[in-house]
Design a binder for this molecule. Structure first.
Ligand SMILES: [Zn+2]
Length: 163
């Protein structure tokens, strides 16, 4: 069963989270990522799926960020997949910079993971060494390589100007 019906939005003190009513094994597909409504600007209900493409994810917008997540959003195949075994009743979370390049509303992460990145603002603000430890979607990888190439060009330009 790969359906969103197993997912439940929980609201506690105005804090939303997404909980599963079913257990999943690592690698199992949980549901498809909705793609009926693709927009060119991010908002709080979207996930980035391409350089200028953001899809309204409906119920999945209740997914919180974690630096030690239990699901990945695979925007190439448009699937949400368990990246470790998940128990029934557990909250689902993913690593926001794995889809978001530059977030409209950055925030401080208090997830408590030993590898916590603290400032969640999008992939462009994280060092490559941190990103490499996470699942990254193709558009993030592409934009990261472009950013590195531009930096290199800029540095080469500076050293050539000096000579
Ligand atoms: Zn964290």
């Amino acid at each position: 069963m790969t359906s969103m019906e197993t997912l439940l939005i929980k609201t506690e003190h105005k804090f939303r989270s997404l909980v599963t009513r079913q257990a999943y094994s690592k690698g199992e597909v949980i549901c498809e990522i909705p793609s009926d409504n693709v927009v060119n600007k991010a908002n709080r209900y979207t996930v980035q799926i391409g350089r200028d493409e953001h899809t309204d994810v409906g119920k999945l917008a209740a997914l919180n960020h974690s630096c030690d997540p239990n699901v990945i959003l695979d925007t190439k195949n448009m699937l949400m997949v368990a990246c470790r075994d998940i128990a029934k009743g557990e909250e689902l979370s993913f690593f926001y910079p794995s889809t978001e390049w530059e977030m409209a509303a950055p925030f401080i992460c208090l997830c408590g993971a030993s590898n916590c990145i603290h400032v969640v603002a999008g992939a462009r603000f994280l060092p490559l060494s941190t990103l490499e430890n996470h699942y990254l979607n193709p558009h993030i990888r592409e934009m990261m390589i472009e950013l590195l190439n531009n930096t290199e060009k800029h540095l080469t330009g500076l050293s050539e100007a000096k000579q």
